[in-house]
Design a protein around this ligand. Structure first.
Ligand SMILES: NC(=O)C1=CN([C@@H]2O[C@H](COP(=O)(O)OP(=O)(O)OC[C@H]3O[C@@H](n4cnc5c(N)ncnc54)[C@H](OP(=O)(O)O)[C@@H]3O)[C@@H](O)[C@H]2O)C=CC1
Ligand SMILES: CC(=O)N[C@@H](CCC(=O)OP(=O)(O)O)C(=O)O
Length: 337
């Protein structure tokens, strides 16, 4: 059994991770942590997340002693804000733990990127360099060798899983940048209260126009520029991305379908389900680890729809896929069945 600790366990993705570790035949929960001065320190996680009652009733411990976490953990999951992960990841890595970071602190290999989009200067160039991007269906060879995995953002997961098969097969005319419009549920912003996320303030609206940090994350890992516009919707969880792209001259609808099937042909191993001409729907993916992708071609354009649960495939279940791949377990262990 691999001892697994979750830092940021009281948050939305942390609670999902606790449930998955509990289900996992080869992992055991070593500890659940919150910040040193957290108001939730000492409470049982199930007091905050009632779905865990009777399943995980362990206490949330204040993170006062990272050495104690190291001594009891083979794997550390960081379900913490970017700045917190930026400080904590190197401590656990230097002590030899496997680290899976759900934040954006180590996803893009450029120092300027962090100053511009995250508001802090990155201090750990070596770990930024070593971090493997955890897009599970596309990066499994590197994940298998990694001590440190930076799990992709929620919007980047939905967008890249749809576009990568067409880019990899050389089917897109990238002179016209793919246009990604995506709507997220409010849990995407985390559990902490803020005016922007309060019930009476949330409406269907675009935000982060031309300057959301996921635009450069998507572009960097796709290797092509994109236009990306996120939207906030008045529902709890799920992301639906609708993506328009221009096909290279002469590309047929059959070639598009073949590229999608070639990329995702291992249903028990990959968390992607192909819908062909059907449009992806949130209700089919919420509370599952899957990304559903549909597409249609007309003339020289393709429109793709891609749906995920932002807390699962967009964060925690993708982290669990990475743990599974890294440790030689079946990739969807604890996620299906
Ligand atoms: N929500 C989503 O859909 C997605 C989230 N992510 C990323 O995953 C990470 C977690 O997100 P999410 O679960 O939504 O966040 P939440 O805001 O819901 O939870 C954050 C957790 O971190 C804890 N925390 C805060 N400061 C510290 C600290 N210094 N040391 C230890 N624990 C701390 C909080 O508890 P307390 O404050 O009480 O200490 C809480 O448990 C973030 O980086 C986010 O960007 C990525 C993809 C999707
Ligand atoms: C609805 C909402 O607010 N969503 C978040 C994205 C959450 C996510 O993917 O997290 P990372 O920050 O770890 O990339 C946002 O737009 O900031």
């Amino acid at each position: 059994m691999l001892n697994t600790s979750i830092i940021g366990a009281s948050g939305y993705t942390g609670a999902e991770l606790a449930a998955m570790v509990l289900k996992h035949p080869h992992l055991q929960l070593a500890g659940l942590y919150v910040s040193e001065n957290s108001l939730d320190a000492g409470k049982a996680i199930s007091e905050l997340h009632g779905q865990l009652r009777g399943r995980v009733d362990l206490p949330l411990q204040p993170l006062t002693d990272t050495a104690a976490v190291v001594n009891t953990s083979d794997i550390v999951l960081l379900a913490t804000a970017h700045e917190v992960s930026h400080e904590l990841a190197p401590i656990f890595l230097e002590a030899g733990c496997q680290v899976f970071d759900l934040s954006g602190a180590f996803r893009v290999k450029s120092d300027d990127f962090y100053t511009q989009y995250y508001g802090f200067a990155h201090q750990y160039a070596q770990w930024l360099d070593e971090a493997v991007y955890g897009l599970a269906e596309w990066n499994s060879d590197a994940i298998r060798q990694a001590q440190f995995v930076a799990v992709p953002g929620c919007y980047p997961t939905a967008a890249q899983l749809a576009l990568k098969p067409l880019l990899a097969a050389g089917l897109l005319d990238t002179q016209q940048w793919p246009v990604i419009n995506a709507v997220s549920g409010v849990s995407g912003a985390g559990r902490k209260a803020s005016m922007a996320n309060s019930f009476c303030e949330v409406s269907l609206q675009a935000y982060g126009v031309f300057n959301h940090r996921h635009q450069p994350e998507i572009s960097a890992h796709l290797g092509t520029d994109v236009i990306f516009t996120p939207h906030l919707g008045n529902f709890k969880r799920g992301i639906l991305a609708t993506i328009t792209a221009r096909l290279a001259a002469g590309v047929t609808p059959e070639a598009v379908s073949e590229a999608m099937s070639a990329a995702y042909h291992q249903p028990g191993e990959q968390a992607v389900r192909l819908l062909g001409h059907q449009a992806a729907r949130l209700q089919d993916v919420v509370n599952t680890c899957f990304c559903d992708i549909g597409w249609q071609v007309q003339g020289q354009h393709v429109i793709l729809t891609s749906a995920i649960d932002n807390l699962l495939k967009g964060a925690s279940s993708q982290a669990m896929q990475c743990i599974n791949i890294r440790n030689g377990f079946a990739p969807l262990t604890a996620l299906v069945g």
